[in-house]
Ligand binder design. Structure first.
Ligand code: ZN
Length: 427
């Protein structure tokens, strides 16, 4: 099944009165377990990666696996950067495949938090990516994540929430109403009145950080008051830890023996949560109603008759460096024809995270400068087009199985073939 647009997923949950789980993953075991738990519940799910956990795994190495797991999952999935440390982190996460981002500026003053979040929203929106803001402060008490969130709780106030949502344009908002990061001490007391007022004033999907330790009834009540995304990690880490302790007590020693039951245990907890939160059984609806998250390939084929090999390679290297850094650009591939006698000798293949990037890329000052100053003067003879990547696996069941040629027709190499998609206005 395809990745789906995260804003659409959260809007669906908000409108239909359930919450999507955003489970922080800290390795392949968690990744497989979260997807497996969601599949068993037939629930949409958010694969969440918290920057504070990047000490435990390599984010750049992990993301291709996260994306692959999402694309082959049997339920709709979104990929989210949780508690990003900076704008650069958000842009990097989008490049690596995230379609939702949160940069934690909740420790700043309300004015600075609004200003920083607004810049993030502008950048992310140009990439089609969903933004979560956070207002108020959710502290840590104890447990694996607690020490990363020092200090006392600061409740989100109604007036600040209203101003923040209006001025930033965030797609969803994390609020502080009495939950804590990590494990609770004692029975958590939640400020229901505050949550109700914020929900009524904003009409936006709300997010709860620090889901661990709440009762099923508390979860249900949170959801009736507008919570559509629940961040949940500590309980999964505890379940995994307990499983490893139990294996050790039973005599297991080696790495794989100690970890043998972790996936099953974490998947069971994920499934249990998704059932309590009302997300179970929603996968088909979400797929039906939410836009699929499909990358776009921006293809440029060109000739540069006046450049020698050295200058051509310099042009390619400069383009790769400059264009790769534009938000929403996932990859820039350059190349030259493998055969002689073709109408175009060279190509750029630039992968955008989403269709929104077609416009924002075109207007980005770094692209305008590179195209106008270096590329277009050297490559007047060129063709450009944007291809939306087809997700054939997702649509396969809808296709008739008879009458479909086993081999696609050969691609035309002729100039007429390319000219069908000729849009020479941009590089
Ligand atoms: Zn959090």
């Amino acid at each position: 099944m395809p990745l789906v647009n995260m804003k659409d997923m959260l809007d669906h949950a908000y409108t239909h009165g359930y919450a999507v789980g955003a489970f922080d993953l800290v390795g392949l075991d968690f990744l497989e377990a979260i997807v497996s738990g969601a599949e068993r519940a037939r629930a949409p799910v958010i694969l969440s990666l918290a920057e504070s956990h990047f000490a435990h795994f390599n984010f750049e190495l992990a993301m291709p696996a996260v994306e692959a797991a999402a694309r082959r999952a049997r339920v709709p999935v979104a990929i989210h950067l949780d508690h990003g440390a900076s704008m650069e982190s958000a842009v990097k996460a989008i490049r690596l495949g995230a379609n939702g981002v949160m940069v934690d500026t909740s420790h700043l003053s309300i004015f600075d938090n609004i200003a920083a979040t607004r810049v993030l929203v502008e950048t992310a929106r140009a990439c089609g990516v969903c933004v979560e803001g956070e207002l108020g402060y959710v502290p840590g008490v104890e447990g694996e994540d607690a020490e990363r969130h020092p200090g006392p709780v600061q409740y989100t106030t109604l007036a600040e929430a209203r101003a923040f949502a209006e001025r930033t344009g965030v797609d969803c908002l994390a609020v502080s109403i009495g939950t804590v990061h990590g494990r609770m001490k004692g029975k958590p007391r939640l400020d229901w009145g505050r949550l109700k007022e914020i929900n009524m004033a904003l009409g936006l999907p709300l997010v709860i950080h620090g889901g661990t330790g709440l009762s099923d009834d508390q979860f249900r009540k949170l959801i009736t008051l507008g919570v559509a995304k629940i961040n949940y990690y500590t309980a999964l880490a505890d379940v995994a830890g307990d499983t490893i302790h139990a294996a050790a007590r039973a005599g297991a020693r080696g790495y794989t023996a100690l970890l043998a039951d972790v996936r099953t245990a974490v998947a069971a907890e994920v499934e249990r949560c998704l059932r309590v939160w009302g997300a179970a059984g929603r996968a088909a609806e979400v797929l039906d109603r939410c836009r699929p998250w499909l990358n776009v390939e921006h293809l440029v084929v060109y000739n540069a008759p006046n450049l020698d090999e050295v200058r051509l390679r310099a042009l390619m290297a400069e383009g790769q460096r400059v264009l790769s850094a534009i938000p929403g650009v996932r990859e820039v591939t350059v190349g030259s024809a493998a055969e002689e006698g073709v109408p175009y000798r060279h190509c750029w293949l630039i992968r955008f995270s989403a269709p929104e990037v077609i416009e924002s890329y075109k207007q980005h000052p770094d692209h305008v400068d590179f195209a106008g100053r270096l590329f277009r003067p050297a490559a007047a003879d060129r063709l450009t087009t944007d291809f939306r990547i087809a997700d054939l696996a997702a649509g396969a069941t809808a296709l008739p199985l008879t009458g479909v040629p086993l081999q696609p027709p050969p691609l035309s190499n002729s100039r007429n073939g390319w000219s069908l998609v000729d849009k020479p206005s941009a590089a």
